[in-house]
Ligand binder design. Structure first.
Ligand SMILES: [Zn+2]
Length: 276
């Protein structure tokens, strides 16, 4: 199976024109939509850390870690998902590849062809040699700047079209790898794992979670631990198992919040985890 490493932004905070959003958040939402398409199409993937405004780690270190993971795993494509900013007036899609990369160019052609079917703003392919995630990965690297997130119309379009965007990218990747595109939402297709739902706090009865459990709630807790920087391993697709790393992350959170460090997510740990 072809392997694609998904790399979201790791910088601290770039405000999006959509209220309450930022570049890291909406690129991760987009990658959440992309994952089921890749699974359906038979493309294996791994994904870099989900950095949020609450994460404390050094973003540059996280970015370099992602590239190391991508290389160690032997990714065929290193796929970087970002959005652009300028002065709020500009719209457009500006993907980037490393200068002279034949694989990069082929990939760009395949993805841009699909993107133009759904996005009617200017598209320009940019070649850059100064970006770490274009220069260093052993894989063919494709660095998306989907839209300008400081432009209200562009940001809104991005938010309203996460799934069509994901589909267009998956179609482009299938074309690049010579695979047949499979729509995970078509009636006959197997239902993919849905992305982790955001736990919405006090209104929900939250289950007690402990090592060895396997459920959607475990997956959600894992994602929130990641967002808070307590858990630093990549979230593997469909991983819903409460393993030893997750237990260690829960204990770190509990120690920091002065709770009993038993590694069990119960009625005291859930609110600490959700920042309630
Ligand atoms: Zn946004």
């Amino acid at each position: 199976m072809p392997k694609v490493y998904l790399s979201p932004p790791y910088h601290y905070y770039n405000r999006c024109a959509v209220a309450g959003c930022d570049e890291n958040l909406h690129n991760n939402l987009y990658l959440d939509e992309l994952e089921p398409y890749l699974t359906a199409c038979g493309i294996e993937f791994r994904r870099g850390a989900r950095r949020t405004a609450r994460s404390n780690e050094d973003g540059t270190a996280m970015m370099k870690q992602a590239v190391r993971e991508s290389d160690a795993w032997g990714a065929d494509v290193h796929y970087v998902s970002h959005t652009n900013a300028f002065n709020g007036m500009v719209r457009g899609y500006r993907p980037m590849i490393y200068p002279g990369s034949t694989r990069g160019k082929k990939l760009a052609q395949a993805i841009i062809k699909e993107r133009k079917k759904i996005y009617d703003q200017p598209v320009s392919l940019v070649e850059r040699s100064d970006l770490y995630e274009l220069r260093i990965p052993a894989a063919a690297s494709y660095y998306e700047e989907h839209v300008f997130h400081d432009n209200k119309a562009d940001a809104q379009w991005f938010h309203e079209n996460l799934r069509p965007l994901a589909e267009s990218t998956a179609r482009g990747l299938c074309d690049y790898f010579g695979l047949k595109f499979v729509d995970p939402y078509a009636a006959s297709a197997p239902v993919p794992e849905s992305p982790a739902p955001a736990p919405d706090g006090a209104a929900v009865t939250l289950p007690v979670l402990r090592r060895g459990d396997r459920s959607d709630a475990v997956r959600s807790a894992m994602a929130v631990l990641r967002d808070g920087g307590w858990y630093t391993l990549p979230l593997a697709a469909g991983d819903k198992t409460f393993g030893p790393e997750m237990e260690a992350a829960v204990k770190r959170l509990q120690q920091a919040k002065k709770l009993t460090a038993d590694g069990i997510v119960g009625k005291d740990t859930w609110p600490a985890l959700l920042g309630l």
